[in-house]
Design a binder for this molecule. Structure first.
Ligand SMILES: Cc1cc2nc3c(=O)[nH]c(=O)nc-3n(C[C@H](O)[C@H](O)[C@H](O)COP(=O)(O)OP(=O)(O)OC[C@H]3O[C@@H](n4cnc5c(N)ncnc54)[C@H](O)[C@@H]3O)c2cc1C
Length: 325
């Protein structure tokens, strides 16, 4: 591990001015639960690490006139325990509660979870120079690919590992991004970019930008949401496949629905055709499975991950049925 400088800014302005340093590898650190692993594994070699936790006032959950605002430094555990989130946004609570272990949920932050790097075993092996690290190919394509993407692979088949990302996108969240030029907002659905845009990054953050806040629209009375996650081990684990669903219901009939999946693509994967097929239908297992098959027809599994197709259908079906509970 190379030595690096450690920056303790006291304001967001200082953070973004640190990021503006030229000819330096500068990284922001929130809880450090992913970033420090990347440094120790030799995947990144920072010249400077900026500690976001030193900046006061970035951890909060506030109900405002038109949205709920969640500070980027809010701990994942605090999100799961917040009374207002628990009342109105079941999908967030269910997603946050199945992230890692209690210790990691206390240290890990919302912003860090949304900006964490993929867990692909080729990417995480410093000796392998895969496409994500500037190499010429994705070793998963013809190698060991049990946990890899069934949609939108090609240049890179690593799946995006965050549980909060599908949940927030299902809720139509917006990211507030700070830079030396001020603030901009972007739907979280557009925050992630597939490998064809830039294989070395999973999001559209510029070099001098940080996530400051996530905003979610106020929940409507007829809306329900849920998160279903399949893991291989009995204790904590990353999602093999997950489905975050938000729906507006009239009785048992689905008026509107958003379905965003994890573990199946290099970015959180929205299933718009399945959503369209479910509108006007009853929220039942058979309708959900019928609609899910539309998405599955478009999947392009690799040698070892064809099982994800059936699993995805099951996660969608479980989520749709859970809406009624
Ligand atoms: C053993 C283990 C199990 C895990 N299991 C799960 C799981 O089941 N589900 C899941 O979703 N996650 C899981 N994780 C990932 C974990 O949730 C993340 O490590 C954590 O959420 C990252 O948050 P952090 O605050 O520690 O981020 P950091 O480690 O500090 O940062 C992570 C990345 O995000 C960047 N970053 C952080 N904050 C910001 C910001 N505000 N703006 C821009 N960039 C930022 C950093 O530069 C870094 O690249 C697991 C991690 C471990 C180590």
């Amino acid at each position: 591990m190379n030595s690096f400088q450690y920056g303790k800014p006291t304001s967001l302005e200082q953070v973004t001015s640190f990021l503006a340093r030229e000819n330096a590898n500068v990284f922001v650190m929130a809880g450090g639960t992913d970033l420090l692993g990347e440094i120790k594994e030799g995947l990144i070699e920072p010249d400077l690490v900026i500690d976001l936790k030193a900046v006061p006032g970035l951890a909060y959950i506030k109900k405002e006139k038109d949205a709920v605002a969640i500070g980027a430094l809010t701990a994942v555990a605090d999100l799961a325990e917040d009374p207002m989130i628990r009342q109105d946004y079941r999908v967030l609570v269910e997603a946050a509660k199945v992230i890692a272990s209690p210790q990691l949920r206390n240290m890990g932050t919302v912003g860090g979870n949304l900006c964490q790097r993929p867990r692909c075993w080729y990417y995480r092996d410093a000796r392998v120079v895969c496409s994500k690290k500037g190499g010429s190919k994705c070793y998963a394509e013809k190698g060991r690919n049990k946990y890899h993407a069934i949609f939108a692979g090609g240049i890179c088949y690593a799946v995006y590992p965050s549980d909060l990302a599908p949940a927030f996108i299902a809720l139509e969240a917006i990211a507030v991004i700070a830079s030396p030029q001020g603030e901009r907002t972007i739907p979280l659905a557009e925050f992630y970019a597939p490998p064809i845009v830039n294989v070395r990054k999973e999001n559209v953050l510029g070099k001098q930008e940080v996530v400051k806040e996530i905003r979610i629209p106020l929940a409507k009375k007829n809306e329900k949401s849920t998160y279903q996650k399949f893991i291989e081990r009995g204790s904590w684990d990353f999602a093999v496949v997950s489905a975050a669903v938000k729906a507006a219901l009239s009785g048992a009939t689905i008026e509107d629905i958003r379905i965003v999946c994890g573990g199946v693509a290099p970015i959180p994967w929205r299933l718009k055709k399945v959503e369209a097929a479910l509108k006007g239908k009853k929220a039942t297992e058979s309708e959900a499975r019928k609609a899910a098959k539309i998405a599955l027809a478009e999947a392009a599994p690799l040698a070892e991950n064809g099982y994800k197709i059936e699993l995805l259908e099951t996660m969608i079906a479980r989520a749709v049925v859970a809406l009624g509970k």
